[in-house]
Design a protein around this ligand. Sequence first.
Ligand code: DOR
Ligand code: ZN
Length: 345
Amino acid sequence: MTSITITRPDDWHLHLRDGKQLRSVLPHTARQFARAIIMPNLKPPIVTTEMALAYRAQILAALPETLYGSFNPLMTLYLTENTSPSEIIRAKESKAIQGIKLYPAGATTNSDAGVTDITKCYTTLETMEQNNLPLLVHGEVTDTNIDIFDREKVFIDRILAPLTQRFPNLRIVFEHITTRDAVMFVKETSKSIAATITAHHLLLNRNAIFQGGIRPHYYCLPILKREIHRQALLNAATSGNPKFFLGTDSAPHAQTNKENACGCAGIFTAHAAIELYATAFEQAGALDKLEAFASFYGADFYQLPRNSSHITLKKEHWIVPEKFGFANEKLIPLYAGENLTWKMT
Ligand code: DOR
Ligand code: ZN
């Protein structure tokens, strides 16, 4: 195959940051995707509808003129133990907010204000269930006694499984799943739960972090896992099961904060997101399954209309730039300086 045309995709999990950083990264996403679910883990976190609406206005104002009107940021609120049921109603009524994000406190970048005890959120979760507002989950326990490679599985057992029992009609997106355990859980649990999968978790296993030395640009959370898990993710993504759909988790950090004695978690993939997914799907011999994964199933789960415009990818060799500008710093993209074989026209 030398060319594929698919319905314009959406990114159901994205970090855009704010200010000058936002202006640096937004065009990469807006060029490819019609919509994206925007993560609320800013400093300070987006905890109210008012903040989310102001952030949305900031994103729209940061769009280059050529992309104005063609990209729709879908907003989220950051769940805290103080998020009130009335805030949930305001969020729902705004129509701009599509989900409430659960970060276990301390799980990842800017998650300190997250949730320590999920039972403190039960009334709020009940309001979300009643108002059909999805819960988006960073699914890792933060217990330092639990091995970093096991934190997703333990989260399923301790938090997620009980949550799905208690709130059977709460729609849940288990975000950026990384394990076979998560794939099995999502498949076997009710239709209220779905999952996003990143391109980097489809393309890489944990060896990438240690190839010939320590490689900070392959460090993200949840951390890359063993090959058996990557295979399970690839199978799920290419299976045609509508519970699995695209979410890049593109997470830009300045080069100085990645190449650091305590480097930040996050992989930047927005520069070539759909091309990276095409690469993974082609490797699995399943390019015919890309469109539904990238452009249909996410919209269906979020109960939003599918896009009507299209994009075309051509079989073409190109070299990923070594770095991009990122406010006053530099940003190292996934596969910097390496060859890709699909290019969006
Ligand atoms: O690697 C990650 N980076 N994982 C997350 O959950 C957060 C993200 C970020 O915001 O940088
Ligand atoms: Zn994320």
